[in-house]
Design a protein around this ligand. Sequence first.
Ligand code: SF4
Length: 328
Amino acid sequence: MTKLIARRPFSYLVNTAVYRKFYLRCIHKEIAKIEEGGVFVNIETTNACNADCLMCPHSKMKRASGTMNEETFRGIVDSAAGSGLKIREFVLSGFGEPIADKNIFERIAYVKSKGPFYVKIFSNASLLTPEKTAKLLASDLDEIVISFNGISKEIYESVMKLPFEKSMDNVLALLEARRLRGPDAQGHSEAKPKIVLSCVRLAGNKAEVAKFNAFWKGKADAILKPIPENWSGSMEQNSPWKYDIKGRLWPCRGMWDTLDFTWDGKTILCCRDYDGRVVIGDIKKEAVKDILARKRAMGIRQLENGDYSDAKICKSCDTMNKNNINWL
Ligand code: SF4
């Protein structure tokens, strides 16, 4: 035993009751901070998408395709806004292209009418038209993250299966329209909405990452280059960049601070659960606060008892590791 402790003192230490008590105390402190930080309410107003990106599981999705009805949408927003919870962001995106939802701009306005909430969408921008761009700029949206996974026609189209020129023209037109609008009479600052360009790092666009940076620097407000994820263990990604999932698994902070609603009003485990394999709640039957309480209780069972029985897919998720989740 002494030899073992000398050889692997740390692994011995982490398996003791004292360490575990200390570890749980630290994690609970972090949970309290995360809860205080507020909740992300992600609403998939449609799961229809006109792109077919290499790293996205959309084409594998078996659940029905549809667009959220108004009653369901308002039910989620009203319940969240009236819950007393601190809402960090409303994200009106899920497994679809939000601009494909013909009511998206009215929906952004509806959320904004409920309070000073931060509202964000993720879009490929390919469906923007001059009219939609004008509506977007007038909508009071806070942030648009544009998926643009390449900077040459050849690579972009091979990754996203969308016409490069159209998407590029639309993004440049949006940036220019925002510049021309400047601050407006409704009180929008010249930098609203924040325009973020995102390129997922894949083997296919590896050579373009530096060019992507150089092209959008000074045009976009921010640039993201995320590593592709394995969608809760359901998809192998062809990318030289990987999350490190070796070693101890850490509880996912999404159990405490994120709710994801699909277009039919169900609350699914998270945005990686593209087929809605783990349904936690349904806005047609219960309030946002109650659904969140159930999800947090699942998180506590994972943390304290190692019980993943109601969310088995978490065990294969590559976002659940210390480096990525940043717990301590
Ligand atoms: S661990 Fe992964 S699958 Fe589980 S809730 Fe977090 S992000 Fe989703």
